[in-house]
Ligand binder design. Structure first.
Ligand code: CMP
Length: 147
């Protein structure tokens, strides 16, 4: 088991619908510890930078317009194997394919307005955490050494 950090975003659809509290309760029930949080209202260019890996895909314009349309709650979560465990808790990208009880099954509207983002691998988590929280990797590694 490895102590990891991951980046999650409660996206504009779920945040504006008032689901942030319910989603955070799910994090807490799974022992995902919130170690940083920011309420952001992304510019289009910030959304494009975050999702740069998807540039050129058919959904890129619509996705970045949606992500910059309203406030979103960005958090760093810490926990044992939290990257994979958060992805399981989120469910499939398309809520129509998400398992019962997952966050996307409960709160997502469609494949784009899908309530939540979670990093998909350690390298992605490192990039995504530093995108929103420059310097936090150092804080986390210092804390991990004390455990
Ligand atoms: P996320 O996990 O944040 O990663 C990329 C996002 O792009 C994804 O969630 C969805 O919001 C969106 N996305 C992925 N695939 C599609 C698709 N086929 N059509 C529309 N949006 C998509």
């Amino acid at each position: 088991m490895a102590l990891e950090l991951t980046l999650t975003i409660i996206k504009p659809d779920a945040f504006s619908a008032g689901h942030a509290g319910d989603i955070i309760k799910i994090f807490e029930a799974n022992q995902f510890k919130i170690v940083a949080a920011r309420l952001v209202n992304l510019t289009r260019s910030e959304a494009e930078g975050f999702y740069a890996i998807h540039r050129g895909k058919p959904f890129f314009e619509s996705l970045t317009a949606f992500m910059s349309s309203a406030p979103a709650l960005v958090m760093v979560l810490e926990g044992e194997n939290v990257i994979a465990r958060l992805r399981e808790t989120m469910g499939a990208t398309d809520p129509a394919r998400a398992a019962a009880g997952t966050i996307r099954k409960l709160y997502a509207q469609d494949i784009e307005r899908n309530a939540i983002h979670g990093s998909d691998a350690p390298e992605t988590a490192a990039f995504e955490i530093s995108y929103f929280f420059p310097g936090i990797e150092l804080l986390a590694s210092a804390r991990a050494k004390q455990l």
